[in-house]
Design a binder for this molecule. Structure first.
Ligand code: GRF
Length: 192
């Protein structure tokens, strides 16, 4: 299974995938790791692991549509079976989704459909929920919408900060992500 991974941030979830591939416990071929901006920790981690990397820098394009076209073309050039949004913080348009229909996977640090968006952990904490968690789902053109594949619950503790809660969520997020990728690698990418 060939995958392209898209990142915007530090890439700790990506690192879990890189480590599992290096350890031989996950049978996927990481065709490339790409970012929407220069200087991400995720691209650095990929380069350190010897992966092909690319940047389709959002700021280099006149508008979102042009950037989307460039991103879709670059991702398509690797002919992936699956595209993984791993902390990729840009919404892609319907053309991108159509190009990778049923092959664009996202993870989110909350129990969707609750707390979508860029601040899922902060919003859950601010609301005062006692249980939150993470979701692995097919991405569509909405913000953290699309069919849910797997979820895990994480208890909110007294005194939790956004950082402490997010770290515990990420432990579960990485576990679910690896479990999902391993199932797809073994059985093929299912239809959403
Ligand atoms: C993950 O919790 C992801 O769901 C969210 O941002 C985090 C990515 O962290 N959108 P990292 O870049 O993998 O460290």
């Amino acid at each position: 299974m060939r995958i392209v991974v898209l990142v915007s941030g530090t890439g700790s979830n990506l690192q879990a995938v890189l480590d599992a591939v290096a350890a031989g416990s996950l049978d996927v071929d990481i065709a490339a790791v790409g970012a929407d901006r220069h200087g991400t920790g995720g691209v650095q981690r990929a380069a350190d692991a010897g992966c092909e990397t690319f940047v389709v820098n959002f700021r280099d394009y006149a508008d979102r549509a042009e950037w989307n076209r460039a991103l879709a073309a670059r991702v398509a050039s690797y002919q992936p079976d699956l595209v993984l949004s791993s902390g990729f913080m840009r919404i892609v348009d319907a053309d991108f989704i159509d190009a990778f229909a049923g092959r664009y996977l996202n993870t989110h640090p909350a129990l969707l459909p609750s707390f979508p968006g860029a601040h899922g952990v902060r919003d859950a904490l601010a609301y005062g929920v006692k249980v939150t968690g993470c979701t692995v789902h097919w991405a569509d053109a909405g913000v953290d919408t699309g069919p849910i594949i797997a979820q895990a619950a994480v208890e909110v503790r007294d005194g939790d900060t956004e950082e402490s809660l997010h770290e515990r969520i990420k432990v579960q997020e990485r576990r679910l992500l690896l479990q999902t990728l391993a199932a797809f690698a073994a059985d093929g990418v299912p239809s959403p």
